[in-house]
Design a protein. Structure first.
Length: 368
């Protein structure tokens, strides 16, 4: 799989200017290049010059790496390997069919090695699939010695049975004690550390919980892209695609969209209904809208989706006076709208981050 660096970054400056002083919007650093690529019908609606790999590259449309990793990598005097008391942290988050898993090899509070593999979800991948991805896609630095422990937070890791699938794969590859938890607990720990509050995921999917500083004590069910996932890329993509095919969206926007994806309506229907992970395709389609918030239709569509997330999720908690934080690519891309909707409910967002990993590094490097 080949990823290219993109010179385009999500612009959060305007959104941040409209937010409360307490709000921290963490900037993105790297994206998988897709915006200028042309695609043609194929697997899940995407193929092209590199066939199957083009589909997977398109899945990785927004890989966000916090600046903390650049600082760690640039450290002039990293501690030698012999002095490490390291752990490995893995995190697959932000929805039911997440596209990437983020990994960090941590020495104390320093990220020594940072990498991505394809998204690992025990609902969609077997133990063998997970082992294969880990061994072939992670750098050799992750396998050079036996580490103290592996902490893995994963989408789909919600039941003992599903956790055992991931745990068995990790133990087989690393020969190291493993702790497997849900992506939602990873988001809560990464955003709030030891503070109580409401942690929200807005990425390819969506989810939320109330966290007491130690554990999740309440969770409004996400329900996935068919019944829930309000505010997510899949939710927005589904609404937009329906409006395009029913001639509800503005004609020029529809024409631009069909030119952008280079697919006919019939080919789009095939990409959605004839393949196993349609939410990934819907998420990809929604990216077309990210730089078009100045258009009234797009703004109203996005605002409605995010408002639905608040009404059907955040407002179900005892939210008044509570710390509220968000993580995920959609939260970052639409941070201005997110803050506007929160303000309409008298909710102040403390943090919007593209990844839970920096907070998880801090959480696991703190004595507890």
């Amino acid at each position: 799989m080949i990823l290219k660096k993109s010179t385009r970054q999500i612009n959060t400056a305007d959104a941040a200017a409209a937010t409360s002083p307490a709000l921290a919007v963490v900037p993105s650093v790297l994206e998988a290049q897709t915006a200028n690529d042309r695609v043609s019908p194929g697997r899940n609606g995407f193929s092209g010059q590199t066939g199957e790999a083009r589909f997977h590259t398109f899945q990785l449309i927004s890989v966000l790496i916090p600046a903390v990793y650049r600082r760690a990598a640039a450290s002039p005097n990293p501690r030698p390997a012999a002095s490490m008391i390291p752990v490995i942290i893995g995190c697959t988050q932000a929805g039911s069919n997440t596209c990437t898993t983020e990994w960090a090899l941590v020495d104390g509070a320093t990220v020594v090695e940072h990498a991505f593999t394809k998204g690992l979800n025990p609902f969609f991948h077997t133990r063998r699939d997970i082992s294969h991805s880990i061994r072939l896609e992670l750098p050799e630095a992750f396998f050079k010695r036996r580490w103290e422990r592996i902490h893995f937070y994963g989408a789909g890791c919600t039941s003992p049975e599903k956790k055992k699938i991931v745990e068995a794969s990790l133990v087989a590859q690393f020969k190291t004690p493993v702790t497997v938890e849900s992506d939602l607990l990873g988001a809560a720990r990464g955003l709030l550390i030891n503070e109580a509050g409401i942690a929200c995921i807005l990425g390819s999917g969506s989810n939320s919980c109330y966290y007491d500083g130690r554990a999740i004590v309440k969770n409004v069910r996400s329900l996935g892209y068919i019944l829930g996932d309000e505010g997510s890329a899949a939710y927005i993509g589904k609404r937009f695609l329906s409006d395009c095919l029913k001639d509800i969206a503005p004609a020029q926007l529809v024409n631009d969209f069909f030119e952008y994806i280079n697919l006919s309506p019939d080919e789009i229907m095939s990409a959605i209904y004839d393949h196993s992970l349609p939410s990934n395709t819907l998420s990809v389609y929604s990216r077309f809208l990210m730089d078009k918030l100045d258009q009234d239709y797009v703004y109203r569509l996005v605002r409605h989706a995010i408002d639905a997330f608040f009404r059907r999720n955040v407002l179900q908690y005892d939210y008044e006076g509570k710390t509220v934080c968000f993580v995920g690519s959609n939260a970052c891309a639409y941070s201005g709208v997110l803050t506007e909707v929160a303000d309409s409910y008298n909710i102040k967002i403390k943090k919007i981050a593209p990844s839970s990993m920096p907070g998880l590094v801090k959480y696991h490097s703190t004595d507890r």
